[in-house]
Design a protein around this ligand. Structure first.
Ligand code: FE2
Length: 297
């Protein structure tokens, strides 16, 4: 598996190899054909840091992550999103099997109708996560033990990356193999706008260990329009060389009184993205606010 990615492959060879490779199990739910193949804006629910514990009544900092996610799942189920992506820290601390069992039960009603994609965070256990969720319908990739996923979502492409380095320690890293896979994939895929999704930020104190290397890859790739991540439990928009950086709020809890707990409804078009905050708890002042981001050309 790894050796295949060590070889230099041209575009046709890479895609041919890609179709033969299946590895990651970070996705489940209905068949991908549901998620729309047209050019209408894709409508997705972006969540992060659900921090679901084995005990549904577990509370932290005055928040109950289980209750929060249950309410959010009701909102998504009743709303228009075509699918759901959670950018890691799915579990409370160490990714126990019972954490994922609860998570699976919470999102099950959505999974009956829509695809769900789960990235690893530093509070996840990759093996337990993979064990808890069924095999995907989407193209998935495994390189050096890291699991990636690509989703054709209407006019855009979502690429979900794996930044888990050590369970229950804060740092994250993609690693050389995953970075190399990403670079080759970006060169080989079509020109649809790409949104990268992962747990760790790419700038600042909490950034990925190999954030500089990642940014070096994506900076010249004009098709990469945005990077979406969580980890900080803070909701924020910033920019790097025209690439939008979107820090999702946590759904589980936040330690900052200025911050919301909630999720982001994304409408992704060929030339822009609209991002609406659904603030459930914490600071709800920005609830319902939509941020419009034009893609770089
Ligand atoms: Fe977290």
């Amino acid at each position: 598996m790894t050796n295949q990615f060590e070889q230099r492959l041209d575009r046709r060879q890479f895609l041919k190899t890609a179709l033969a490779v299946a590895g990651g199990i970070t996705t489940f739910g209905v068949n991908p054909s549901f998620a729309g193949a047209g050019q209408e804006p894709a409508h997705w629910a972006f969540l992060s840091d659900t921090h679901i514990a084995g005990d549904p009544d577990h509370k932290f900092l005055g928040f109950c992550p289980y209750q929060n996610l249950r309410e959010i799942c009701h909102q998504i189920e009743a709303g228009p999103p075509d699918g759901l992506v959670v950018t890691g820290d799915l579990a409370r601390l160490r990714g126990h099997a019972e954490d994922y069992k609860n998570l699976r039960e919470l999102v099950a009603p959505i999974a009956q109708k829509r695809p769900i994609h789960l990235a690893t965070g530093n509070h996840d256990d990759r093996e337990n996560l993979l064990h808890a969720f069924q095999k995907p319908n989407y193209p998935t990739w495994t390189v050096n033990g890291k699991h990636m996923l690509t989703v054709d979502a209407g006019p855009v492409k979502l690429i979900v990356l794996d930044s888990l380095l050590f369970v229950d320690l804060p740092w994250g890293r993609l690693g050389k193999g995953q970075r190399r896979w990403l670079e080759m994939y970006l060169h080989a895929c079509d020109e649809a706008p790409v949104v990268l999704m992962l747990h760790h930020p790419v700038l600042g104190m909490d950034a990925l260990w190999d954030a500089k290397s990642l940014l070096k890859i994506v900076k010249p790739m004009a098709k990469v329009k945005a990077i979406v991540y969580g980890h900080s439990h803070r909701f924020a928009f910033s920019e790097y060389e025209g690439i939008h950086l979107i820090n999702l709020p946590a759904t589980g809890f936040t330690g900052y009184s200025s911050q919301p707990v909630g999720w982001v409804e994304a409408r992704l078009a060929k030339d822009e993205g609209l991002f609406t905050l659904h603030a459930l708890e914490g600071n709800t002042r920005l609830n319902g606010q939509t941020t419009r981001l034009r893609w770089r050309s």
